[in-house]
Design a protein around this ligand. Structure first.
Ligand SMILES: *Cc1c(COP(=O)(O)O)cnc(C)c1O
Length: 382
């Protein structure tokens, strides 16, 4: 099988797996136990936290381990909004965010919060001239994803941070698709709260972290043993945390080289695919993730392309893994003004560590054959 769905998840690196294995059995003890063995596990976790802090340019106490990206987003948005309830009840995000951002926003409206959406252009970028008009004196928190997981457009988040800071508005950024791909230092993003997920960066699933900037107060979503400064109680998932830290360390060392390699492959894919009749690119042509392509083909549902390519042993997807399979038009493409028919045409190809130039050629020649097949079948029908 040719795997081209790295935005959905990535394989665990051997170094990460090795690190994790040790903490499943050899050092299995509870890091919160008072005995020697427990204290040693606790020290290992704190070293992992320091390592993550060093890579992202933050102090260890600003790193809060969570059960993944979804929890980090929920904790940042719900915890951040509730902690500022007395200051205001207005939140702003974009209509193309991941469901783990839109979900908590919708839930907060039931607690009396108001949610507005920044205006976007058809490529998914914030409207430079107009986005600030969505802010009000009641706005306490803004959540804008660094890169969209479905169309790959990268938002100029570093431009938002100083404006929001000056207005005293908390800035959360879902960086799950960008961390370890186009940045590793928090100062490059500038947000107060940053979400990262392990399984999008060759680490394990079910673990992630929330960066909580200096002086930022958020409320926990759960109550219990007071772990993670009380922000995320529960016995720590030690093997996953150790694996995550290893993945973060390796991403920090390698991402710049890998970014350049992937850019070449991605451009090759886009240029060749656009030569196939009817094929167009969704999202921004330049300001997009280095490993990310979203295409559409006039008159063909994305779901059909995904399934035809699947029969040829090539794994791609229509969009977010959680909502693909449903034939609903993409909430991202509809929010960008595409009509229902057009919005069902999108499909996503995402590259990663094992992708080679040969894979790009294989993908494009198969896509070309599928499109030819489908058009011939269609012509026979009429
Ligand atoms: C994958 C993803 C998430 C969810 O992260 P999990 O660790 O799978 O819960 C959130 N936001 C974006 C942009 C993602 O790509």
């Amino acid at each position: 099988m040719l795997y081209l769905d790295y935005a959905a998840t990535t394989p665990v690196r051997p170094e990460v797996q090795e690190e994790m294995t040790h903490y499943f059995a050899a050092q299995f003890e509870n890091p919160h136990s008072p005995h020697e063995a427990g204290i040693r596990v606790k020290a290992a976790v704190e070293e992992a936290r320091e390592l993550v802090g060093r890579v992202i340019g933050a102090s260890p106490r600003q790193v809060v381990f969570t059960s993944g990206g979804t929890e980090a987003n929920n904790l940042a948005i719900i915890g951040g909004a509730r902690a500022r309830r007395k200051k205001g009840n207005h939140l702003v995000t974009t209509p193309i965010e991941h469901k783990s951002v839109l979900g908590p926003m919708a839930a907060l409206t039931k607690e009396g919060f108001r949610v507005d959406f920044f205006p976007l252009d058809p490529t998914g970028l914030l409207e430079q001239e107009r986005w600030q008009e969505s802010l009000t004196p009641q706005t306490t928190l803004v959540s804008v994803g660094h890169a969209n997981n479905e169309i790959g457009t990268v938002q100029p988040v570093a431009d938002l941070a100083p404006v929001l800071r000056k207005k005293g508005i908390l800035f959360h950024c879902d960086c799950i698709q960008t961390f370890g791909k186009i940045w590793v230092k928090v100062e490059d993003v500038g947000a107060d709260l940053i979400s990262v997920s392990g399984h999008k960066l060759y680490g394990p699933k079910g673990v992630g972290f929330l960066y909580v900037g200096p002086g930022v107060r958020i409320e926990p979503l759960m109550y219990g043993g007071g772990q993670e400064r009380g922000l995320r109680p529960g016995t720590l998932n030690v093997p996953a945390i150790m694996g995550l830290a290893k993945a973060v360390e390796l991403a920090g060392q390698e991402y710049k080289r890998e970014l350049l390699r992937l850019l070449v492959l991605r451009n090759e894919l886009v240029n060749r695919a656009l030569l196939i009749p009817g094929v167009y690119l969704n999202g921004h042509p330049g300001q997009r993730l280095p490993n990310h392509v979203n295409l559409g083909i006039e008159g063909i549902e994305g779901q059909v392309i995904v399934s035809e390519m699947g029969k040829r042993g090539i794994a791609i997807s229509t969009g977010a893994a959680c909502s693909s399979g449903s034939r609903e038009p993409s909430h991202v493409l509809t929010a960008l003004g595409q009509k229902i028919g057009e919005a069902t045409q999108g499909f996503r190809i995402t590259l990663g560590s094992a992708t080679t130039l040969q894979d790009i050629f294989t993908f494009v020649s198969n896509l070309s054959a599928v499109v030819k097949d489908l058009s011939e079948r269609f012509l026979l029908q009429i």
